[in-house]
Design a protein around this ligand. Structure first.
Ligand code: HEM
Length: 502
């Protein structure tokens, strides 16, 4: 009896081993270089699996080891995945041969997360085209000027909040991600949904958009686990009925959009928000918008815009606090632009803040919010690298774009570890290697919210730097270490700074 049991356990382990390693000859058979340290079931993701590194850092390490090649095949757990290493091939995937790579790998279960089912990030084909069209419509120059009016309101509330907090004390220690999340959540509530998000109202914090966002977007351990199950282990997610957007948030957004959109449809008063623009677009197209789909698009504004923008702002704040000379130069620019524009934020004034663009871009280069992009091959295609390597990519193969690796490769960036906004100066930026800098992606799937994000980030920084300075707090753990379980870059222990009036 005992012998039979031991035999059964042994046989099951062998079967499991063969099952978990069934794909591990995939790249060898195709003559594509591939790292040898493959662990059964874990593939080349050991450091990520053991939480030594983030997913992005794990991929960057593979990039650094194989950057002499044009492509490397690796095993993302059991899945053979192709990483394209040279900018020319990145261009092929993201732009030139978009038809063969037009889907992202992350998918959503529409039954569990109906409000994410129409988000352009997770869709393709007609659904994708409609979602992109609506967001792109809202973020054209003319309409951005209109949305800026709402952002300006947020800047006033933000400044009041800072004044209120810093009137009583000479300096205050703040966690930058937390501070900027309040700002971007307030922007989404005002410019997205046309309501006051209460993010700077200390007494009603629990009802705010900021608190709502934190429940599912904050990189807490629980949220990271849910995120990884929903996106990386969808079969388990189905069994556990795990959803990204909690039911409470789903109800909240549906009733808010229904109520506000009905008002926008019937109201003659012109407002400065996304739903107003959608009501205009609906009138132009002459067809009633489906409210579920529209809510999904408005929620894209929240999900894709709020966490990413506050994430970038927090790392820019960290760089400014760590590089006082950059902060001083940026403040000089901000003050001189305000002086030329009667002390108010204007669309033209923000455009004139070109050093600020450099500061933000360099921060996004050195710590990308999203350190990798993933696409899926949708049509068989042959990729040829400049080193002569040829790979016949099969439909269904995931493709990884190593944003993090490319953005710190010393073949494209001189002294890549140094934070130097002058790389993006008017004299230098033309020599930046195309497709080696991808903070917003590239090609037909490039982030449609890029200009909205830049606008709100610049307005926020201008409001802050005009009257206040940032100094790095000893509470920030330098050098920064990133939270291994987080999808977007998130510093362990937070980014703490001391803020005081200038
Ligand atoms: C600083 C803030 C932001 C960053 C760093 C960022 C970054 C990105 C990146 C890297 C992608 C993937 C592009 C690709 O797959 O090639 C993306 C896609 C997307 N972003 Fe943003 N984003 C930001 C703000 C926003 C905002 C404010 C919105 C507002 C609506 C937005 C909406 C989207 C959408 C809908 C997609 C999917 C596009 C598609 O697949 O066609 N993003 N973003």
């Amino acid at each position: 009896m005992a012998v039979t049991l031991v035999f059964l356990i042994f046989a099951s382990l062998i079967v499991l081993y063969f099952y978990l390693t069934r794909n591990y000859k995939y790249w060898q058979k195709r003559g594509v270089p591939s790292p040898e340290d493959v662990f059964p079931g874990i593939g080349n993701m050991w450091d990520f699996f053991t939480m030594k590194t983030t997913f992005s850092e794990n991929c960057r390490n593979i990039y650094n080891k194989y950057k002499g090649y044009s492509m490397v095949g690796f095993y993302n757990f059991t899945m053979p995945t192709l990483m394209v290493l040279e900018p020319q091939l990145v261009k092929t995937v993201l732009q030139t041969n978009f038809a063969s790579f037009h889907e992202n790998t992350l998918k959503i279960d529409p039954d569990l997360d109906p409000l994410l089912a129409n988000n352009p990030f997770f869709t393709y084909g007609e659904k994708w085209a409609i979602g992109r069209k609506r967001l792109t419509y809202a973020f054209s120059s003319m309409r951005l000027k209109m949305l800026l009016e709402s952002v300006k309101q947020v800047c006033v509330t933000f400044e009041d909040y800072l004044n209120r907090n810093l009137n009583k004390v000479a300096k205050k220690e703040v966690e930058l991600k937390d501070l900027f999340s309040k700002f971007t959540a307030q922007v989404v509530s005002g410019a997205g949904f046309g309501v006051d998000g209460l993010c700077f109202d200390e007494e009603r914090q629990s009802e705010s958009f900021y608190s709502l966002g934190k429940t599912f977007l904050d990189p807490s351990l629980l949220n990271n686990i849910i995120f990884n199950i929903v996106f990386f282990l969808p079969s388990l997610g189905k069994i556990l009925r795990a959803r990204f957007l909690p039911k409470k948030a789903d109800h909240f957004f549906r009733s808010l959009v229904t109520e506000v959109f009905e008002q926008r449809r019937s109201d003659g008063v012109r407002r400065n928000d996304f739903l107003q623009l959608m009501a205009e677009l609906e009138r132009m197209e002459g067809d009633k918008f489906d409210l579920g789909v529209l809510t999904s698009h408005a929620v894209s504004f929240f999900i894709d815009g709020y966490e990413t923008s506050s994430n970038v702002l927090s790392f820019v704040g960290f760089q400014l606090a760590s590089h006082p000379e950059v902060q001083k130069r940026l403040r000089e620019e901000v003050l001189s632009v305000f002086a030329r524009h009667d002390g108010v934020i204007t669309y033209e004034g923000l455009k004139e803040m070109t050093y600020m663009d450099q500061v933000i871009s360099e921060s996004q280069r050195i710590i990308p919010t999203l350190g990798f992009l993933t696409k899926v091959c949708t049509e068989d295609i042959e990729l040829k690298g400049s080193d002569g390597l040829v790979c016949r990519v099969q439909r269904g193969t995931p493709i990884l774009i190593p944003v993090h690796g490319l953005q710190e490769d010393d073949r494209y960036w001189k002294n890549p570890e140094i934070y130097d906004p002058d790389r993006f100066s008017p004299d230098s930026k033309h020599s930046i290697e195309k497709f080696a800098f991808l903070p917003f992606g590239e090609g037909p799937r490039i982030c449609p919210g890029m200009r909205m994000a830049q606008l709100q980030m610049k307005a926020c920084l201008a409001t802050l730097l005009r009257k206040y300075s940032l100094e790095l707090s000893p509470k920030t753990q330098v050098p920064l270490k990133m939270t291994a379980s987080s999808f977007l870059s998130a510093a362990v222990g937070g980014l703490w700074a001391i803020i005081q009036p200038i």
